[in-house]
Unconditional design. Structure first.
Length: 224
């Protein structure tokens, strides 16, 4: 089973959500691997795959890397390199797939951020016939971003398994509290739960407990 994990924007908690999903799938007794096809900002950041491994202890793989923290096609261009083609990324993911495994494919930023000049994660998901998990911001403006993402996904024929709030503040403001209730209504997609802000700083043990509490009840959505 292949699942693509995308965000409504950059820095919404997509990597932390990927780690939580991986933990839940693992605890449900299934083989899981998190895959980051293209990582940017490699000169200063160990990478999203390394973050998932640090939090979960589970295997992760990274494909192509480019130095500057930009959209992948732009980072490749500025590095004087060629971004991978859609065919290359799709084949790379397929090579990780197996009958008893869930492959979590973490995109870059939002659904339509260009990986190469002529394609985005949406195109990758279409080619793989893979459903999406959408990690959403929760504050003011989030309803619009989440609805736009889900509307486009459905227009492309993609199944959205659910929304995950990427970083819930300890003391949410009024907009955040109302958005959590409103997100499933405006998107038509189940809201699976909210990950607490700062979850990436938890110990692996505490992170596992948090992941189980938030996403554990939905484990069957993410398993073969």
């Amino acid at each position: 089973m292949i699942i693509c994990v995308t965000g409504t924007n950059t820095d919404v908690g997509k990597t932390i959500a990927t780690a939580a999903l991986a933990n839940v799938i693992d605890q449900a007794g299934y083989n899981v691997i998190a895959a980051k096809p293209v990582q940017t900002g490699t000169t200063t950041d160990p990478g999203d795959a390394a973050t998932v491994t640090r939090l979960t202890g589970l295997p992760t793989v990274q494909g192509w890397g480019f130095p500057e923290p930009l959209a992948p096609n732009l980072a490749a261009r500025r590095a004087g390199e060629q971004a991978p083609s859609l065919r290359e990324v799709v084949q790379w993911v397929r090579d990780l797939d197996a009958p008893d495994r869930t492959v979590l494919v973490e995109g870059a930023g939002g659904l339509l951020v260009r990986i190469g000049d002529d394609y985005s994660l949406a195109d990758v998901a279409v080619e793989l016939d893979a459903p999406l998990v959408v990690v959403t911001s929760l504050g003011l403006g989030s309803l619009n971003l989440a609805e736009l993402t889900c509307v486009h996904a459905r227009q492309r024929g993609l199944d959205v398994l659910g929304l995950v709030g990427g970083a819930m503040p300890a003391e949410p403001d009024l907009a955040t509290a109302l958005n959590v209730e409103e997100l499933p209504r405006v998107t038509g997609v189940p809201y699976l739960g909210s990950l607490p802000a700062g979850a990436g700083k938890l110990s692996p043990k505490d992170f596992a407990a948090m992941a189980q509490e938030v996403l554990g009840p939905h484990a069957r959505r993410f398993t073969p």
